[in-house]
Unconditional design. Structure first.
Length: 268
């Protein structure tokens, strides 16, 4: 895509006439390609661009970033090349949810707050955790990833593949585990835009109460959607998640919710 440099990937054309630009931010260890099926289903609704963090896939030769602030800064600079007037919506899963939230705060501070934010698979940024997965040995770290069920088990048994993905995975865990929400000066609510929260009903890392706590971080409209499944509930129900994403986008942009009979053939 034009603009965005190494950070942004567009998998499908035809989204420039959509309701918004949807920026998708992956989970720890995740890649832009995770959002390929989402991009495919949302053609016509949004111009979907997925973020590729450094240190993985075609950016494997680059140094990893070990802080949420570093990731936010990189994405913000990449988005400067995409200022064509489309409303911006952010969608982040797990670690990507925190990156999306902090990116929205930066944008608000610059006077260009997004039309809305969707955070998925992550407790409220204001709820601190005590995870220290990034300091575990390789075997223990891989076992934690296996428990979350977000990676093909066959890949987790391939030593060559693990040697390529573990540095980025460990850096991402360090970034999100050392992140601490810092309230705005003066105690203001950090976001003014609408905020939608998606979570899995059986997520071992996120309880529904922790997901609902995002409500305190925006002055805008709030919604919570609980899907069946665990931390990576998205993978087994892409159509349902994309339908919810589209509904959120329509609310954010004032386009209204499309009736089921009007949905594209791919969604039927």
């Amino acid at each position: 895509m034009s603009g965005g440099g190494e950070w942004l990937r567009r998998f499908h054309s035809g989204g420039s006439g959509g309701l918004c630009r949807l920026v998708c931010l992956p989970h720890a260890g995740g890649t832009a390609s995770y959002f390929f099926p989402f991009s495919e289903r949302l053609v016509g609704c949004a111009d979907v661009v997925a973020v590729q963090y450094p240190g993985r896939q075609d950016r494997r030769g680059e140094g990893v970033l070990r802080s949420v602030g570093g990731l936010v800064g990189g994405v913000r600079e990449a988005l400067r090349g995409c200022g064509d007037g489309l409303p911006l919506v952010l969608f982040g899963h797990s670690m990507g949810a925190v990156v999306a939230f902090e990116l929205a705060r930066v944008l608000r501070g610059e006077g260009v707050e997004p039309a809305g934010v969707i955070v998925s698979g992550r407790r409220s940024a204001a709820v601190c955790g005590d995870e220290r997965l990034h300091v575990l040995g390789d075997e223990a770290l891989v076992e934690e990833v296996r428990v979350l069920s977000g990676t093909d088990p066959g890949l987790l048994r391939d030593r060559e593949v693990l040697s390529m993905v573990l540095p980025a995975l460990r850096a991402d865990f360090e970034a999100v585990e050392t992140y601490r929400y810092v309230p705005d000066a003066g105690g203001g609510v950090p976001l003014g835009c609408p905020l939608a929260v998606f979570t899995g009903s059986a997520d071992p890392r996120v309880g529904v109460r922790e997901a609902r706590a995002w409500r305190e971080l925006t002055e805008g409209a709030f919604s919570l959607r609980v899907f069946p499944g665990g931390h990576f509930y998205l993978g087994g129900q892409v159509a349902e998640v994309c339908e919810a994403v589209e509904e959120s986008i329509r609310v954010f942009t004032g386009a209204g919710v499309q009736a089921p009979a009007d949905r594209r053939p791919a969604d039927r």
